[in-house]
Design a protein around this ligand. Structure first.
Ligand code: HMG
Length: 392
């Protein structure tokens, strides 16, 4: 496989509405520091009616494709665990909204938060087969737990779109990785439920176990060690998880304790978007990568970034990439930072109203009021058909 395949462009989008975790803590009678320090979260994105994984994903993809000839796109992989239909791929709606060519195949992938990484691996292989083609990977999710459950402060929403091609202006991805899979029940969502079920503390232990296992396979397959990586991005259910994971990885590699300044340098810049938007499941690792590329003051050109993808249930993959010289000219940092910082902060009552309204429409008919959902809107369900439109 050619070594020059990877991420050509990256689009990130999250809800225009967010709840401060200080306000949630006050409502739940919890010390805010539990959420702000213990979990490392500051705000969580709350999708309004009319926003779902289709509109989030379309907004992210529009950003990734801003200067791309859409006819060059061979395949759209839509990765999600918040799918909107048991049969039709959510990506089909994007196919129309983004005006993709009739020759572009579309498929949806699921394995909890891991599925976008599977899509990236498939995309790398397809580009290797035909380097003139580009693959669009869209990861889009809404993390939703029960009200007043331990998982509630780790909710969030967001989408990342990655254009994978033989012109990797942001990052060359190494196809050699380490995979670990094991059937466990740490987090799941049966078809009849709108909220995830989770064995929370067990899930964090399984995350760390899967990290160590996939890292071991990765080091065997690549011959690389801890010191061969300049920065590290983790799947981020909440940002404190990455701290725990990185300290654990360092210990596995014989570095104990890992100095605080090393921890901050290795992972600090990757945490910002997730701290502000919450868990975006399949998109979360890649939102971390966007945050790293946008916020790191040091020029990362030529630096190797370790990437850990984890999806409950569980599949994990450790892989890495090298940042491309000149990557900054292909980023849209200002727009992304503005998007995250310039949002409407809603109060607790509005959060609960959005939360309750977000449940699926079993009657088969519903019209949604207009909220700010970016460039695309889920307008209605009519005769059990979802209707989407571009917002002028
Ligand atoms: P909890 O049990 O309520 O919280 O929920 P806790 O009591 O463990 O406290 C959390 C941390 O806050 C602790 O730190 C406390 O000490 C600290 P730690 O001991 O871990 O270092 N704390 C405070 N710190 C400062 N000031 C205070 C204070 N009070 C407490 N006053 C739990 C935590 C993660 C279990 C819960 O949020 C949850 O169930 N979350 C959902 C599951 C999850 O995110 N799992 C992560 C791994 S699995 C995964 O990543 C996959 C996933 O993304 C889904 C997928 O793959 O599809 C979830």
């Amino acid at each position: 496989m050619s070594q020059w395949i990877g991420i050509e462009s990256l689009g990130f989008f999250t809800s225009r509405y967010a709840l401060s975790l200080r306000d949630l803590a006050q409502e739940r009678g919890v010390d805010p520091d539990k959420y702000l320090i213990g979990l490392g979260q500051e705000q969580m994105s709350v999708p309004p009616p009319g926003e779902d994984v289709v509109t989030l994903g379309a907004n992210a993809a529009q950003r990734a494709l801003h200067d791309t000839d859409r006819n060059s796109i061979d395949t759209l992989f839509f990765a999600t665990e918040s799918g909107v239909d048991q049969s039709k791929a959510a990506g089909m709606y994007l196919h129309r909204l983004l005006d993709l060519p009739a020759t572009c195949r579309v498929v949806e992938l699921k394995q909890a938060c891991y599925s976008a990484t599977a899509a990236v691996q498939f995309a790398l292989a397809l580009v290797a087969q035909n380097p003139r083609k580009k693959m669009l990977v869209v990861a889009s999710d809404i993390a939703r737990y029960g009200l007043d459950t331990p998982g509630e402060p780790t909710q969030g929403a967001g989408a990342v779109a990655l254009l994978i091609s033989a012109d990797p202006r942001l990052m060359v991805l190494d196809p050699v990785s380490g995979v670990y899979a094991s059937e466990i029940m740490d987090f799941w969502r049966p078809n009849y439920r709108d909220e995830a079920l989770v064995d929370g503390r067990y899930s964090t232990r399984m995350y760390l176990q899967a990290l160590c296992q996939s890292w071991t396979v990765y080091t065997q397959n690549t011959g690389r060690g801890f010191a061969d990586h300049d920065r590290f991005c983790y799947h981020l259910p909440f940002t404190r998880m990455a701290e725990k994971a990185h300290i654990r990885l360092a210990r596995e590699c014989g570095i104990d304790p890992l100095p605080r300044e090393s921890l901050d340098k290795h992972i600090g810049d990757s945490l910002f978007y997730n701290r502000m938007s919450g868990n975006s499941y399949s998109a979360s690792l890649y939102a971390g990568l966007a945050s790293l590329l946008d916020r790191c003051e040091e020029d990362l050109a030529g630096k190797r970034v370790g990437l850990f993808s984890y999806g409950s249930g569980c599949v994990a993959e450790y892989f890495s990439g090298i940042v491309t010289p000149g990557y900054r000219s292909s980023l849209r940092t200002t727009e992304r930072e503005f998007m995250v910082q310039d949002r409407t902060l809603i109060d607790y009552a509005q959060y609960e109203a959005f939360y309750k309204r977000a449940t699926p429409i079993h009657s088969g008919n519903a019209e949604f009021p207009v909220w700010n959902t970016g460039a695309y809107r889920w307008v209605a369900v009519r005769d059990h058909k979802r209707i989407y439109e571009s917002v002028p």
